[in-house]
Design a protein around this ligand. Structure first.
Ligand SMILES: Nc1ncnc2c1ncn2[C@@H]1O[C@H](COP(=O)(O)OP(=O)(O)OP(=O)(O)O)[C@@H](O)[C@H]1O
Ligand SMILES: [Mg+2]
Length: 491
């Protein structure tokens, strides 16, 4: 056994203890240590703090550590000791094998990265990860898409069917191997070119770069969808649309245009113009893309939505996701996972968009039918809380915006105030992972990618602008205390 790094001193309970540091070079905050418990044997704990002290009476200088008890794995469950630790017991650094066993990191699990600064591999059961939903939340540039890429690689290695909603076309680089040197993670470069198929709608300026064109069925678009797509604001044109649709059943867009042409009303031309524009987008076809093809074993179908109008984006997501869920319920596609980047645009918190219902349905019922969801967002405060709370695995990277921090605090069980502080300071590539499989939140250094990662290019960094505006708001409320702060609190 390794030599001791400390000795329990002062008061100790079954949940935490203080220890005199006897080897200051060997132990630091965040380290995992083990201590003998009279009744329960070796127990894992984590150093939460180390402080330098000087005793007033004896002028004795020294380091004192504080540790939080994690527990031990027994019969598959994490248990905490039933009796306190005894002052005088030695504190040792825990072996990697003990840490892995206590946290239940399975040998064949999805490899996310390394635990803190240790060399313990953090792995999660793939079935749990896929079926019980995942969210990845962090401010822009902290490594969300990179981490999502890591999970996608791991799932592709296990042939899990994946559908990726990709508003910035950044997952296309899965086709290329990463150019990297030796690394601490034991990861080798790999291309997923044989497993990735990129789809783009005909309205995309990047269609020529896609493997296949994506189209949707031209039948039975709802009046709300048609109004949304054409941005039809005129009340009389909207009324004419409802009038025409009342007379139609199982209709195509051409059928509606023909019906509207029959109406004697001068307002009909605006409507015909709007409908013709939708028809000429080429997105809606008699023989559309078969949604079954998008969810196949050993394949990731990427829907590249770069440069596609937001209303078309939400409609595409809504149609594909709801159809896929229907097929999955009937067992016509295999269990798999839907990955949604920029999820705050597809299931926003405050308003409802065309794709809201479809994604909410998968979030709340998908697990019953083996359809998993991975949502990724840089605005935790702007994404539907119900969807976040349905995610059993929560991966949080650096967040600094107070509203977003608040959303995380509310949405994630078992997150301590120390951890909230940690979230503000996480370096890029580090994440806090919360999962019932692991039982307590852990810090993970996300592994390097096997395939290439391309940072998304965004025209405007909206979050930074929003943050600035919010900051000004906070300053104001500080200044005017009372009145404004009440309003802010009520939100
Ligand atoms: N685990 C990691 N290892 C090495 N580099 C990383 C890691 N995570 C992120 N990076 C690097 O950090 C940069 C930002 O990462 P990423 O594109 O994933 O950010 P993001 O959170 O998705 O940002 P955005 O909100 O703008 O989409 C990338 O250049 C990436 O290479
Ligand atoms: Mg990203």
């Amino acid at each position: 056994m390794r030599s001791a790094v400390g000795r329990i001193a002062g008061t100790a309970s079954a949940f935490e203890f203080e220890f005199v540091v006897t080897n200051a070079k060997a132990v630091k905050r965040g380290d995992y240590v083990k201590v003998w418990n009279e009744k329960d044997g070796w127990i894992l704990a984590q150093v939460s703090e180390i402080v330098a002290t000087e005793s007033a009476k004896s002028a004795e200088k020294g380091m004192v550590g504080k540790a939080r008890v994690i527990g031990k794995r027994e019969g598959g469950k994490m248990i905490t000791p039933s009796t306190p630790f005894i002052p005088g017991e030695n504190v040792y650094l825990a072996e990697d094998s003990m840490i892995a066993e206590t946290f239940n990191f399975e040998k064949d699990g999805v490899y996310l990265g390394l635990l803190g600064d240790s060399s313990v591999r953090v792995t999660i059961n793939p079935n749990f990860l896929v079926q019980k939903h995942v969210c990845i939340l962090a401010k822009t540039g902290s490594g969300k898409s990179y981490t999502a890429g890591v999970i996608i690689e791991e799932l592709l290695d296990r042939n899990v069917p994946l559908l990726i909603i990709d508003p910035h076309g950044e997952y296309v680089s899965l086709k290329r191997p990463n150019k990297m040197a030796e690394n601490d993670f034991g990861v080798k470069p790999k291309s997923y070119a044989d497993k990735v198929v990129v789809y783009a709608p005909p309205t995309s300026p990047f269609l020529s770069e896609a493997d296949k064109e994506l189209s949707l069925e031209n039948r039975n678009l709802s009046p709300e969808e048609l109004i949304e797509l054409s941005n039809l604001r005129s009340p009389s044109a909207q009324a004419l649309l409802y009038q025409a649709l009342r007379r139609l059943e199982n209709y195509t867009i051409s059928d509606i245009i023909r019906e509207v042409e029959k109406i004697k009303h001068s307002g009909k031309w605006t409507l015909i113009g709007a409908l013709s524009k939708i028809e000429s987008s080429g997105l809606f076809k008699d023989k559309p893309t078969d949604v079954r093809e998008l969810m196949r074993r050993g394949r990731a179908s990427i829907i590249d939505l770069r440069g596609v109008e937001p209303t078309y984006q939400t409609l595409i997501v809504s149609r594909i996701v709801s159809k896929l869920f229907e097929l999955r319920k009937r067992g016509e596609v295999e269990p798999g996972m839907i990955v949604v980047e920029e999820a705050h645009n597809f299931v926003p918190e405050r308003e409802k968009v065309v794709s809201t219902n479809a994604l909410r349905a998968v979030a709340s019922e998908g697990r019953k039918f083996g359809l998993g969801l991975m949502v990724i967002s840089q605005r935790p405060a702007r994404i539907d809380k119900n969807v976040i709370s349905q995610c059993n695995t929560q991966i949080i990277m650096r967040v600094t915006n107070p509203n977003d921090l608040n959303a995380i605090k509310k949405g994630i069980e078992g997150i301590t105030s120390e951890m909230m502080e940690e979230i503000k300071r996480l370096p890029p590539g580090y994440a806090i992972v919360v999962s019932p499989e692991i039982e307590i939140p852990i810090v993970v250094r996300i592994r390097v990618r096997k395939s290439a990662h391309v940072e998304a290019t965004k025209v405007v960094e909206s979050e930074e602008v929003e943050e600035r505006v919010e900051k000004i708001g906070e300053l104001d409320s500080e200044r005017k205390k009372g009145f404004l702060s009440k309003i802010f609190k009520r939100r």
